[in-house]
Design a binder for this molecule. Sequence first.
Ligand code: PLP
Length: 424
Amino acid sequence: MQPLLTISDRAATMKPSASIAAKKIVADLQAAGHQIVDLTIGEPDIATPAHIIDGAISAMRAGATHYTASAGEPALRRAIAAAIEREKGLACGPDNIVVGCGAKQLIFEAFAATLNPGDEVIIPAPYWVSYPDIAFLHGGRPVIVRCGQDAGFKLTPAMLEAAITPRTRWLVLNSPNNPTGAVYSREEIGKIAEVLHRHPHVWVMTDEIYEHLCYDGARAPSLVEVAPFLFERALVINGTSKAYAMTGWRIGYAAGPKPLIDVIVKMISQSTTCASSVGQAAALVALTGDQACVGEATAMYRARRDRMLAILADAPGLDLYSPSGAFYLYVGVSGLLGRTTPAGKLIETDLDFSLYLLEEAKVAVLDGGAYGLSPFLRLSFAASPAAVEAGSRAIVAACKALIGQPGLAAITAQAAASEDVVNG
Ligand code: PLP
């Protein structure tokens, strides 16, 4: 007989990461022989730049194969602190820095270290899928503030003011944003800072993991750079995953006041001990080496974004806008709800729409419900150019089929034509 497994109430209620679940569904379908164009991916399709890989190999040969300090290698922490001081004009030393196994671990440990049951975490929606569940897992109460398209998907000072209570522990701000690509301007950030000034018990977690991926001259100013007084109650989250195509190396870092950093380090010492020594050596090369790769990657994503938008402009019923940062389109689909698919299914929600695309157009995308704001779809343009091309064309055909224009046959032909280029 199977032994009884007792799962904690919190683990049972927590949802798995929607983006990681989608990745698995696509991989399983592909393994079963289905030709699926994957536009769910939240990571660069390109390889880590060669000089970073070479640096990691040299470091391994030189013996960087042992545990490191739980806070991270001193040289890496010094380099991160120096970059923050240089770029954001803040007095920041290595004691203000902790390195973790990806930004995700640092968000996890920060909530583990600071939340007591019932503490509130303000999370503007749409949000990165993991914030509410990580807060919840640690006894926090996610307070979701819906920031619609009319607000540019951004939190306004009035929305923030209305959400703050005596139980508020954290505000989570993410700019450039996943999933919308929205970037807060200096002025917008300044107004948020004014509200926080009036509420000294509220700490702010600013997730800047897409900081370098900005387009059309946009720059994503950091809250702590616009309002340095907030650094004493802020945790700045960043990492090498997105800008340097290093998702698999699992290196993230956080900057904040020493007492908060110290308690996060204590949590790491009892969980992962430290981030990978080899990953840290690679991160040091990434952050201190030639930065041309970041500019090249940004230009490449911008070209993919523009191509995706150009193709999707032909899709009836989609609500498009051009994101200023990150590598996702958050496409409104309210104009197509209530339609019936060629196979006879009624599309009532964005989830129905994403399933229609998966089943009939063979394109995998994520529904806005996973990000806390419907009805939208998140399309990744970090996918390969072939996937961007084939996936966008198939979506256009699927939208046409929904409004009764010839389309479904075209979808099938598109999917077949894209088989060679998209899989693998
Ligand atoms: N924050 C945001 C907004 C993200 O989109 C992601 C990854 O998708 C992360 C954090 C986690 O990144 P990492 O790979 O450093 O754990």
